[in-house]
Design a binder for this molecule. Sequence first.
Ligand SMILES: Cc1cc2nc3c(=O)[nH]c(=O)nc-3n(C[C@H](O)[C@H](O)[C@H](O)COP(=O)(O)OP(=O)(O)OC[C@H]3O[C@@H](n4cnc5c(N)ncnc54)[C@H](O)[C@@H]3O)c2cc1C
Length: 406
Amino acid sequence: MLFTQEHNEIRRTVRQFVEQEINPNVAQWEADGRFPMRDIFRKMGALGLLGIHKPEKYGGLGLDYSYNLVAAEELGTAWAGGIPLAIGVQTDMCTPAIARFGSDELKREFLAPSITGEAIGCIGVSETGAGSDVAGLKTTARKDGDDYIINGHKMWITNSPQADFICLLANTSDDKPHKNKTLIVVPMNSPGITLSKHLDKLGMRSSETAQVFFDDVRVPQRYRVGAEGTGFMLQMLQFQEERLWGAANTIKALENCVNETINYCRERKTFGQPLIDNQVVHFRLAELQTEIECLRALTYQACELYVAGKDVTNLASMAKLKAGRLGREVTDSCLQYWGGMGFMWDNQVSRAFRDVRLVSIGGGADEIMLGIICKLMGTLPGKKKSPVAAAPAVANAELASQEALK
Ligand SMILES: Cc1cc2nc3c(=O)[nH]c(=O)nc-3n(C[C@H](O)[C@H](O)[C@H](O)COP(=O)(O)OP(=O)(O)OC[C@H]3O[C@@H](n4cnc5c(N)ncnc54)[C@H](O)[C@@H]3O)c2cc1C
């Protein structure tokens, strides 16, 4: 990917923002289990960083996705994954469908303030009984006059404790599971919405996560994104940006780990010589850096094709899979060279070890990515009703969704 001066400028701006506004506070925010999201979002909004590839009409910079990818990659220099995650939810998880398929009114009411940082958004897909199996979700939105009445719950919802709106996937009919869903934007101050206490997580400690309950929540039908019954398709498309963002954001987080480990191994001496001088150590770190470059190349390639308007289901799934797998490998290997220091809770590499673990689970687990890739490789066995067939079912649906939108 050839970067322009503008790409480099965005990269520099994000890097500076992370160095000045985020990294000095990370230790405190991790301990608090939250960060001043409104303040950070407003500052990012003022710099144009929350709407890089969103339409200018609604306050975005109107640039193509490659500029956003550069920002996602650079956000990976934050010393805690929780803060980039909260930002990524806003820019690449709860707003892409609104930007592409929402009405003008919806965009003015929810997209525009999320670009300035005045409004915080979250995405409500997963439920306790439906994470990988998105089609199996149970939350309903039944019509009542001009409104929807929503009942159900959403689990593990990042940003929800501070969010102003949720982009919610709910069943709006009794049709087949891939045709009965609709994306609806729901203001979080609507009567009938309650939240669990903050969920206590292994990593991503500074991001806020909760369960959201809907008890006869009334919203106007005009808050629907796109046509009724297209929600599953729109969410699968929205996942493409989520997965590209996730892969890009992981690159620099892993590079940070390798660089910090090199620095540590230069200083730390065992048996009279710096750790880094052991061939097993410097060779291993060189191997990990090579793998990171492979992830970068794959992610950039997926991005280039996405910008060119191509279907990147395969490459985005591969990049997400590779990011998750490599994230576990890099953080585990690096942590080892820190010895006992690597086992300390506040160590930067141990934090990355915990944070990066989410990449293989959230936004479609590794096995779901493998199911999609296998489907496209033509290696999936025919449809079966056994539980093992669940991933192919999701992959089929994701692909069917892409086809239906062409
Ligand atoms: C910190 C955090 C933040 C999150 N934020 C959000 C959010 O903001 N919004 C939101 O909607 N969701 C969010 N999620 C939910 C996340 O997307 C789901 O956890 C994820 O999709 C996996 O679903 P699940 O946990 O129900 O796992 P399950 O579906 O129960 O699967 C469990 C495991 O089984 C394996 N597996 C699943 N299916 C198959 C198969 N067919 N074949 C082989 N193996 C399989 C996978 O390894 C998977 O990890 C978040 C989760 C976490 C932990």
